[in-house]
Design a protein around this ligand. Structure first.
Ligand code: HEC
Ligand code: HEC
Length: 262
């Protein structure tokens, strides 16, 4: 009899643990949770205060370039055509988008480059150029507090499908897909970091490890490298498709740009 009751005790303990993990996993998969909540407290504190958040150096630089221009033609700035940068409120939410009647998907940084090269007849910025990221950060910051609300329509549907496929595709030496970390391992520790749901509502994000702001594409490259998979290029169709899928996947999350991450 004693033997039996002991066995039951273990059975109950097992059940409780099982129930608990099921509950936590399901609560994670049902709700959208910003990466902020998976960050260490010390990192959250830097983000909480706009004065300590180094991302604001990028916001300020971006505003400066917006108004003064960054061009050979000193008389022409972003302001000349678009007015005050506050006019950009909500604009970042519609990116990545299919440009005009062209079938190419572009993100905000590429739109800025198009304005630079075509509308300002200047030179476009290199990927991850500080000035480019500063403009993208300052523009996205205008939407801070708004919710991600991208629509999937006839135009961007093929890109959405491509992004979704890439998100679930097992790649690299370890054969890992995005979802295996950002859906299945949410909350677990990986190299002293808690795996989040992999949302992009804080991007461009200030990365403490690099002491600079990084784009969504740069972050995905880093995930690819860490999972020993060959990264695509920044501004590639593949990363834009993934970015579109991630934007849709986080629909309803508030923009936190500039967020702070490890
Ligand atoms: C081996 C596990 C792993 C895989 C596979 C992986 N990531 Fe990540 N990812 C991480 C870790 C760890 C972090 C840093 C902690 C965090 O924010 O989740 C991260 C961070 C991110 C972030 C930033 C989240 C934030 O709030 O700042 C995004 C976006 C992201 N990953 C997207 C992707 C995409 C897209 C893929 C597939 C191409 C991918 N990841 C594949 C582990 C992974
Ligand atoms: C000569 C006028 C002109 C200048 C200068 C200019 N733009 Fe534009 N911008 C446009 C036009 C026209 C569009 C419409 C779409 C297009 O041409 O790609 C646009 C679109 C945009 C959009 C997308 C708006 C939306 O609602 O989707 C952003 C963001 C943007 N520009 C940023 C910038 C930035 C940053 C600069 C300065 C580096 C700049 N623009 C300079 C004319 C200009």
């Amino acid at each position: 009899m004693r033997y039996k009751s002991k066995r039951y005790t273990w059975y109950y303990i097992f059940l409780i643990i099982k129930l608990f993990t099921l509950l936590t996993i399901s609560s994670f998969s049902n709700d959208l949770i910003s990466g902020y909540y998976f960050s260490e407290k010390s990192t959250q504190e830097i983000q909480n205060d706009d004065f300590t958040n180094p991302g604001f150096i990028w916001v300020e630089l971006g505003k400066k370039i917006w108004n003064q221009g960054n061009n050979k033609n000193k008389n022409l700035s972003c302001y000349s055509c678009h007015g005050n940068i506050s006019e950009m409120k909500g604009v970042s939410l519609s990116f990545p988008k299919v440009r005009g009647d062209k079938s190419k998907l572009i993100n905000l940084e590429q739109q800025i480059n198009i304005c630079k090269a075509e509308n300002m007849k200047g030179e476009s910025f290199k990927p991850e150029d500080k000035n480019l990221l500063a403009l993208a950060t300052a523009i996205t910051y205008q939407s801070r507090g708004l919710k991600q609300n991208i629509e999937i329509n006839k135009k961007n549907k093929p890109w959405f499908e491509m992004g979704k496929k890439l998100y679930f595709k097992k790649i690299g030496q370890m054969g890992l897909a995005c979802n295996q970390c950002h859906d299945e391992r949410v909350g677990m520790n990986l190299r002293a970091e808690k795996v989040s749901q992999g949302h992009i509502n804080g991007f461009p994000t200030y990365m403490l490890r690099w002491s600079k702001v990084a784009s969504v594409h740069k972050r995905i490259q880093f995930c690819n490298e860490q999972a020993r998979a060959l990264p695509f290029k920044i501004f590639s169709d593949e990363y834009n498709a993934l970015q579109l899928y991630l934007t849709w996947r986080g629909k309803g999350l508030q923009i936190e740009t500039p967020a702070v991450r490890k």
